[in-house]
Ligand binder design. Structure first.
Ligand SMILES: Cc1cc2nc3c(=O)[nH]c(=O)nc-3n(C[C@H](O)[C@H](O)[C@H](O)COP(=O)(O)O)c2cc1C
Length: 223
């Protein structure tokens, strides 16, 4: 149905922070986050309705950086796709109408986070007074979610956040995520890393813009 102006018609990106709590978030079209600005924006929403692509962004995040990248990727996808953004711990299975699945997590000890590294992240946050995401250590972890994933034949992409050095030095969770997606029968079209300046963040300058551009690229590659 064609949207009309108002609060209700712009939930192109939905974010879930807990197992069953779904929160609508207003779309950001090339300007102030969360603001539908004028009739041109509504036309953009009409275009996404017409194309009808469904995308799902799944993330794990301890300090919020990977979550921020997941939201930015969704913003990049949103002109062409109806996008849900969900933490692995609250995502459940992948609905059958999803055309594009994007999965990201922080790089811990050169790969995907483990139960131990997630605990280490929380301990370190107390020492550094860093922000920890709500439900950061809830299960399923991203590893567990990927182990149980059923999405054979679905187009997919992997991303991570990691330190600002060459991947041979830092390792990359995205490599492990892409490998697991392939094992589960997904058609992996790309993999990308986004860099943090320090362990708890922030992201390096320009990384959220790069994440939006990557989202737009993925949407264009899969339509
Ligand atoms: C226990 C632990 C191990 C980490 N190991 C690595 C690593 O091997 N390579 C790396 O580049 N960054 C490593 N980091 C930094 C994380 O990549 C960084 O905290 C993460 O990208 C931030 O994402 P988040 O805010 O979504 O948790 C580690 C962080 C923690 C807490």
């Amino acid at each position: 149905m064609a949207p009309t102006l108002g609060e209700r018609e712009a939930p192109a990106i939905r974010v879930e922070h807990g197992p069953r709590l779904r929160v609508s978030r207003r779309i950001d079209i090339g300007g102030t986050p969360g603001v539908v600005r004028d009739a041109a924006d509504v036309l953009a929403l009409r275009r996404f309705d017409a194309e009808g692509m469904k995308a799902l962004v799944i993330y794990e995040s301890m300090y919020g950086n990977t979550h921020a990248v997941a939201d930015a990727v969704a913003q990049g996808l949103s002109p062409r796709a109806d996008v849900d953004v969900l933490p692995a711990s609250g995502a459940g299975g992948v609905p059958g109408d999803v055309d594009l699945l994007i999965v990201g997590g922080p790089t811990h000890m050169h790969g995907l986070a483990t139960a131990m590294s997630r605990k280490m992240a929380v301990t370190a946050s107390k020492e550094d007074v860093a922000h920890v995401e709500p439900g950061a250590t809830e299960r399923p972890s991203l590893r567990e979610w990927l182990r149980d994933l059923e999405a054979r034949g679905v187009k997919a992409a992997a991303f991570d956040t990691r330190g600002d050095a060459r991947a041979v030095v830092t390792g990359s969770a995205a490599h492990g995520i892409a490998r697991r997606l392939r094992r589960r029968g997904c058609d992996v079209i790309d993999s990308q890393s986004f860099l943090v300046a320090d362990s708890a963040g922030p992201l390096e300058d320009g990384e959220l813009d790069r994440a939006r551009e990557w989202g737009a690229f993925l949407a264009a590659s899969s339509s």
